[in-house]
Write a protein that binds this ligand. Structure first.
Ligand code: FHN
Length: 444
């Protein structure tokens, strides 16, 4: 994608919103500048990140934020921090787990909807320094990530069902605070964002969430985005800073202010190569720690990653660490299995773009330079995968995952045959070398 054009398109997309939100008499503030193309490029090439939802709620094994005032009475939920003492927390182990999984970035909940802060904040006492643990988790983890070459990022909730100034409270935003002050809360929110960037940055991404409630509006969204841009020009900000996210599809409504990328949730995004996107999906079922939470199979995890890449998107795969500070061993093992696959076949994922063959029942395709990778995820009891014709000649065909492929190309299309013994249960990766850049082939 031609980034300057893409950035121009985004700025133009923002303009209508500005005219909607400001009376004609007022001067229109400058549009929020997007991050430099290089910022988005490292992230797009990374393709795979670790999402971590953690906090004192892990002591209960219920969902972070959402169980406050629901399965767990508010008073009890808000007292959990007094018992939060994850003595087996080892930031280096977490960073190494991400690295061994083949992940290139890590996004930790600095503050979820429950208001608890996992760093030493000067703006609240409701933070990890006032627990028996008394250590700055974000400081330790950001440092460990740097040592392991993992880009550190934070998830930060705009809504805050604990903070007295934020108008809505638990359960799930369904109650009203007695004397809220949204302007004062907005200052608190921006001050904490500044703390995270100044004290633990530079960050890769500020992953906002909790934007859907009525106290948040497009003006505050644009102001917060500009604030992030001023704090760190290279910072990537997702579309949940704004009000344009289309629910769990994570796409952005036309004309809405949209941050830097789209965020499908608990599903794989559709093929979209004109605006970056990243699916956030749990490795189990709950975002936060839950004992015996069903764990996705290696096939589910890998095919999810491959299908995201084939759609030209990233995968942010979530774990919920235990109350003692460890990531559950079986989840660590699943991530290591993903890393083993990526060690052998990662060149078909990292630094690739989706297409040129759009996803189909057979699987997806990715490309880099003059190479197209056809990821056959389901042979559908057929001997042949049939793909649309391309104008560029296929110079050679091989099977990255081992074995032989018979490849025929004509004006009618491409046919690929791989003997049964060479087909993989999870992903048979066929490598097609073509006579010119695959990026010149329009998706089909
Ligand atoms: O309410 C949150 C939820 O707890 C979780 O954090 C997900 C992951 O991004 N986002 C919101 C639901 O859309």
């Amino acid at each position: 994608m031609n980034s300057p054009l893409f950035d121009l398109m985004r700025v133009l997309a923002i303009m209508p919103l500005l005219s909607l939100t400001l009376p004609a008499s007022e001067s229109i503030p400058p549009p929020a500048a997007p991050p430099p193309p290089a910022s988005l490029e490292w992230w797009r090439e990374a393709r795979f990140g670790l999402f971590i939802h953690w906090g004192p709620v892990s002591l209960k094994g219920t969902e972070i934020g959402w169980s406050r005032g629901a399965e767990v009475p508010e008073v009890e939920y808000d007292r959990l921090f007094r018992d939060f003492n994850p003595t087996r927390f080892d930031a280096r182990a977490w960073a190494r787990t991400a690295k061994a999984a083949g992940m290139r970035y890590l996004v930790l909940t600095s503050k979820h909807h429950d208001g608890f802060c996992l760093w030493d904040s000067q703006y609240t006492d409701y933070d990890v320094m006032n627990t028996p643990f008394g250590r700055d988790v974000i400081k330790e983890l950001s440092a460990a990530c740097r040592k392991e070459g993992i880009v550190f990022c934070t998830y930060h909730s705009i809504c805050d069902w604990w903070h007295p100034d934020y108008p809505l409270g638990s359960p799930g935003g369904k109650s009203q605070k007695p004397s809220p002050n949204m302007d004062r809360y907005n200052t608190y929110l921006k001050n904490q964002v500044a703390e995270l960037v100044h004290n633990y940055g530079p960050l890769g991404i500020l992953w906002f969430d909790g934007e859907w409630e009525s106290p948040w509006n497009p003006d505050r969204a644009l102001d917060l985005y500009r604030h992030c841009r001023q704090l760190q020009p290279s910072l990537i900000v997702n579309n949940r800073v704004g009000k344009g996210r289309e629910d769990m599809a994570g796409t952005t409504a036309r004309g809405a202010f949209a941050g830097d990328y789209d965020t499908p949730e608990q599903r794989i995004g559709k093929f979209q190569n004109d605006r970056p996107w990243e699916s956030c999906i749990t490795i189990c079922q709950q975002w936060a720690w839950k004992p015996n939470d069903p764990l996705k199979t290696l096939k589910q995890c890998l095919q999810t990653l491959v299908t995201c890449a084939g759609g030209d998107g990233n995968l942010l795969l979530n774990v919920g660490p235990m109350p003692d500070g460890r990531i559950e061993p079986r989840q660590v093992e699943r991530l290591q299995e993903m890393g083993h696959w990526l060690k052998r076949y990662g060149k078909s994922i990292y630094a690739t773009r989706g297409g040129p063959f759009r996803p189909g029942a057979w699987g997806v395709s990715t490309h880099h330079g003059k190479t197209v990778y056809v990821h056959v995820l389901d042979w559908q009891n057929q001997d042949t995968v049939r793909l649309p014709a391309i104008e560029k000649r296929i110079v050679s065909a091989s099977v990255l995952t081992g074995g032989k492929v018979n490849c025929t190309q004509s004006a009618q299309g491409i046919e690929l045959r791989v003997p049964v013994k060479s087909r993989q249960e999870i992903d048979t990766v066929i490598q097609l070398r073509i006579e010119g850049p695959a990026s010149e082939i329009a998706p089909r």
